[in-house]
Design a protein around this ligand. Sequence first.
Ligand code: NAD
Length: 425
Amino acid sequence: MTQKTLRAGLIGYGMIGKVHAYATATLPWYAPELPIVGRISAVATSRMETALQAQEQIGCDAAYDDYRRVVEDPSIDVVHVCVPNALHLPVLLAAIKANKRIYCEKPLVVNSKEASVLRDALRDSHYSQANMLAHHLRGFAALRRAKEMIDAGRLGQIIRYRVAYRHSSMLDPTIPWRWKNDASGGSILDLASHLVDLVDWLIGLPAILIAQTSTFVTVRPKRPLKQDESLDDVPRQLVLAEDSVSILTRGLRDANRVVPRIPSSRVFERPEIAGFDPDVMPIAVSDPNKAAAITGMIEATKLASGAEDELELEIGGSQGSLRFSLMNPHYLEYFDARVPFGTYGGDAGWKKIACGARYPSPESDFPSPKSTCGWLRAHVASLAAFYRGIADGKVYGADFEQGLKIQDALSKIAASSHGQFWIDL
Ligand SMILES: NC(=O)c1ccc[n+]([C@@H]2O[C@H](COP(=O)([O-])OP(=O)(O)OC[C@H]3O[C@@H](n4cnc5c(N)ncnc54)[C@H](O)[C@@H]3O)[C@@H](O)[C@H]2O)c1
């Protein structure tokens, strides 16, 4: 099948810009049946030097230190917004004006004033091109399965949820917040943005909430410390970004979200809810003033020692519960509350669903559906060891000698199995 290739322009080539470039370049392998893919044709960063480095690494046609050169180029079909948060709005406005398709990093913009500017621009320009935010958590097979199960009513009425995103990246007081040290950064925009999107996608936004933030480290250096430098050697600044945020929620903003009702003698029903329909049940008691309102806890922090990229999710309903940890992304765990406990437990208990890389068409061909999330990364690391070995004149993995040693052992295993005898290695 021939794939149509759109010309994409990448604005920003820091940590996440590289991820977008990598994803764009590898997409045809992952989804050979997709009718349309992209190719990064131009890149823009804040300095010509870094833009040229990016161009060389990506292998694209053009490099600029002014994003407008990319956005206003009529041959560019898609714009990737990968710049610091405070720059999203100007890039978005320019891309909307140029009527480009847009794939934008989160958060879309940084405050309600910017949101209203963006809303006005979208309305006034009648913009109707494809646009999407890079909320990549929605890409995990296990979280897609969670959504499928909630929508199919497998949890029944949702009673409670707890989602947390924990990093330890700002625990060290010598780490600067960089561009995140103002109202355009912090744990709310950086981490809670993912959680709020996840809660909305899976359950629905709450009707009301109460939040508290904390900034444990109040002064940080303006720039990273060089080797042998101490905090006293570098300029410092007051921290404006919050390290952590904790949010309690009640009810649902959309009171009409329902799921199909799964009949069961053990279903915990709430006939006192106005408008209760025997064939559907509200996904949650949406009225925050009702004692039975759905309650949620959302936590995001960059000060969790020991944490790496720990997203944890737990959703409990009248008929079942789900839980997921990003540190164990192959599996989604499901508890079916309709299965009664029996002697010694019977069949009740948590089930691990092997979600792996089991994506549906057209994303299904590569890698193998059973692949764990790190499987391809391990192949890249293996190939890197091979090339590092060429560069250093050394062997950093299993060479032919090792291969032959293993082959000798395999041959003996085969011989032993045929003759049913013990064999010396
Ligand atoms: N979805 C995710 O998991 C995830 C992870 C990290 C970051 N992000 C988001 O990605 C965005 C960028 O974060 P990052 O960590 O890559 O930042 P970064 O600091 O590593 O990179 C920022 C890039 O933007 C470029 N840039 C800055 N000013 C520019 C300008 N005026 N014109 C053109 N380019 C300019 C810089 O040269 C750099 O290449 C942020 O919005 C962040 O929230 C998302």
